[in-house]
Design a protein around this ligand. Structure first.
Ligand code: 1QQ
Length: 393
């Protein structure tokens, strides 16, 4: 019996401080994205967008007068980095919610940690099938590629009605790419086109001679790529260098201007479906405010991953404000564990007017978004910079 006492004391000591955790002010929101590694091509854009959100939302009063503060944890590019970042944000930084990780591949590893800790996750760029299904605390504001990707194939057919023979390529070691390629292959079939070859690669590859040779041999007149930024950029470059002249459709991994330096002038004429367009600024004042602040800060216009990161921060901030309104109690007066659960529910109620348009998060955690776009990459004469030019709405 005597031996039990210290053990019991230990349990109580461990339990009491955890129970007593209140929400800190300014209100900490975790940002777990890839700030280093290859994934930083996306992550840098996300950091930029999130910082604009923090600045603009706090300037507008934060959560009814209480400021938010973003706590950044670099996930780098792999699963272990994401798991580590999530653990730090949940246990050490005591954030109210996590925005991240960058890749679906990382989400499948790290999101279960947040689920077990009952900490809400808002995915800013996870577009693979099955991400919200990871758990009750898992949501996203990034529309799944099952909804977005087919628009780009339809647009390719509009631009070139003679397209018949399609080559599909994807990164087989990446969850998003393997998921997106299924959507692309279904779209090809549904649109009455023929898949003449399916080629696999790795996100770490930089020599694509085998795949390009197969594409040329199959006489494809449309190439569809699902990969991340550096691999896809190099693949595009080698396709063009070895003589492929047809249209290229790129998936969400080619949705970043940070890919432009990889394929340079050869990035031109890639079609990409997007969940954001800077062109809506005239009819969307939230986007106008975001795009203006972004441009002032970074001397360039925002692209999709920045707009989605902004949106994620905005959605969390507004969901916090709703809790105060409904309970009449300040966020800082809540116990952290209770607040996280309430926030998870609040995120899923009502709608949000954001830079990516009006959205809501369904009870399942899946985003509902109205408008998608298809853009074509147009490179500038310098061969390094370029832009996504809207070709359809
Ligand atoms: C995912 C993606 C990536 C391309 C985001 C950067 O959509 O991993 O789900």
């Amino acid at each position: 019996m005597k031996r039990l006492a210290p053990a019991l004391a230990l349990v109580l000591c461990a339990a009491i401080p955890a129970l007593a955790d209140k929400v800190a002010t300014p209100i900490p929101i975790g940002i777990a994205v890839g700030q280093t590694s290859n994934v930083a091509l996306f992550g840098q854009e996300q950091v930029n967008g999130a910082k604009i959100a923090e600045e603009r939302l706090n300037a507008a009063g934060g959560v009814n007068g209480t400021k938010i503060t973003l706590v950044f944890q670099d996930t780098a590019g792999d699963e272990a980095g994401a798991v580590n970042a999530f653990q730090n944000l949940i246990n050490r930084d005591k954030v109210v919610a996590i925005i991240g990780p960058t890749l679906s591949q990382q989400a499948f590893a790290a999101n279960p940690i947040a689920e077990r800790a009952k900490t809400p996750v808002v995915g800013p760029s996870n577009t693979a099938k099955g991400v919200p299904e990871i758990g009750e605390f898992i949501g996203r504001i990034s529309a799944p590629m099952t909804q977005v990707a087919p628009y780009s194939v339809k647009q390719a057919m509009k631009l070139n009605p003679d397209i018949k023979r399609v080559a599909v390529l994807y990164a087989q070691n990446d969850a998003f790419s393997s998921s997106e390629t299924v959507t692309f292959q279904d779209a090809v079939k549904n649109l009455g086109l023929e898949t003449v070859t399916v080629q696999k690669f790795q996100t770490t590859d930089n020599d694509f001679t085998t795949q390009v040779t197969a594409v040329l041999g199959a006489k494809a007149d449309l190439v569809i790529i699902s990969g991340l930024a550096a691999d896809s950029g190099n693949l595009v470059k080698q396709l063009r260098q070895l003589g492929y002249k047809g249209l290229i459709v790129g998936g969400n991994g080619l949705n970043s201007p940070n890919m432009f330096p990889v394929c340079g002038a050869l990035c031109s004429d890639i079609l990409v479906a997007q969940a954001y367009s800077p062109a809506t600024v005239d009819k969307n004042p939230v986007n106008k405010d975001f795009a203006t602040a972004f441009e002032a800060a970074y001397k360039k216009g925002p692209a999709q991953f920045s707009a989605q990161a902004y949106t994620a921060v905005q959605v969390v901030t507004e969901a916090l404000a709703k809790i105060e309104k409904e309970t009449g109690k300040k966020i800082a007066d809540f116990e952290l564990a209770e607040l996280r659960e309430m926030l998870n529910k609040s995120l899923r109620t009502g709608s949000y007017m954001t830079p990516i348009g009006e959205i809501s998060i369904q009870p399942s955690g899946e985003v509902e978004q109205k408008d998608f776009y298809v853009s074509k990459i147009v490179m500038n004469p310098d061969g390094k910079t370029g832009s996504f030019v809207l070709v359809s709405e």
